[in-house]
Design a binder for this molecule. Sequence first.
Ligand code: UD1
Ligand code: CA
Length: 486
Amino acid sequence: MGHTHNADNVKIIILSAGKGTRFKSNKPKVLHEILGKPMIYYVTLSARWVQPNEIIYVVGYKKEDVINEINCENCTFVEQKEQLGTGHAVASAKERFKDFDGYVLIINGDMPLIKGETLKNVVSYMEALVRYEGANLTDMVNYKNENIGGVVVTARLMDPTGYGRVIKDSQNRILRIVEEKDASPQEKAINEVNAGIYIFHSRYLYDVIDKLENNNEQKEYYLTDVIRLLRQSGKEVHSLLIPDPTEILGVNNRWELSRAENILRLQYLNFWALNGATIHNPETVWIEFDVDLAKDVEIFQNVMLRGNTQIGEGTVIEANCIIKNSVIGKNVKILPNSVIEDSIIEDNAVIGPFARIRNSSKISNGAVIGNFVEVKNSKIGEKTNAKHLSYIGDAEIGKNVNIGAGTITCNYDGFNKHKTVIKDSAFIGSDTMLVAPITIGTEAITGSGSVITKDVPDKALAVERSQLKIIPEYSEKRKKRKGNKQ
Ligand code: UD1
Ligand code: CA
């Protein structure tokens, strides 16, 4: 009794057994990705919003792949051995709600734009219908209108093609749903469609689910026929029309996938813009679900922020940068065409243009990693500069170090990777080859063009060069030599 936050009286069934023939793919439909996550991820997220008693996934085509992708909490997988239709899919899950006294909320697995709030509203609406007439009675709390069979979510579409049409009686209750392929021309003209979300009384659903037949155009057991059967047994089926039809977009092919992705992408950008980020050219910017932006972040065109990425206050990310699973501090400047993966960039650092930072690297406060510099699995100390054309791999570099242009840590001997250590305030001359394992001491200096193969003590200079020869008047001598030959 009373209203708890958890919807213990609701079990959710997510239909995800289909192959998705129209995708022309080896991958099950619900695993096709939107903003870097499979479609089923978004449906799951919204389903969890309801806090149901249980989420039941009906899986079939490549079920192991689907199960592997679902982060299952309080969930069950039920197998539909053959994909004989949406009704058959729900029938495969009937043991899960056979002895359950509550509601079964069914969602097509191919509607990634559905919002958790909408699903919650469906449950509330069903509950309200069941209790409505009880408002005048003394025992309000326990009153149940036994006539309410269920609710179907509907939407009005400008172009209803492909969706089931909702046929209603004069009291706006649903008589039945007719699939596009079975519809008469008059029925096709109806633009109120079945969204693919239903809530039923568990008992009533159980009573009719095995009575479905497949005598239709597609020879499938349609879940939508449950409505007709409920109606025939004297139950009312109501509709909940949702105002934003984009939410119910069913994704049946790759173009619809692109459309859904675009809608969601713009929704996220809109969210971040309203939360204090400036986004230039939003039609080209890509920000995934787990990304977090602080205030006053500025993002330019063609930027992709992927995976678990955080961007600190006041940071600017210029054009064509890709940042994945990384934490970027405050007031960082990331100049065009830089790629950062699995790394940490601390406050005030400057990265790029054309920098690449990867494999658990850390760039400390105020450091500069410039043009065509690659940093792999390395720690770069505060205010250290590596501004041009370097490879820094498996290195630990202290504070205030200068890495001259063209410096390379030779970290790989063909078998193993070795570490380079450069201590604070060292000066690495341009084009130094640091053959690891090696340590360059504090304030040590390397002469440019040197191949350094031994540790350099603190404050020492290491130069490795053959002696420079200067031969005066050489060009004249050369001309003479050539002249003699003729
Ligand atoms: C379905 C509805 C249609 C509605 C539309 C909304 C039926 C008969 N029709 O059509 O009225 O307007 O959704 O998008 O339900 N699935 C299984 N097992 C199966 C068949 C399908 O698990 O045997 C799953 C699919 O993986 C998919 C979902 O059920 O996630 C819907 O199936 P789909 O074939 O896409 O149905 P639609 O033709 O779009
Ligand atoms: Ca569909």
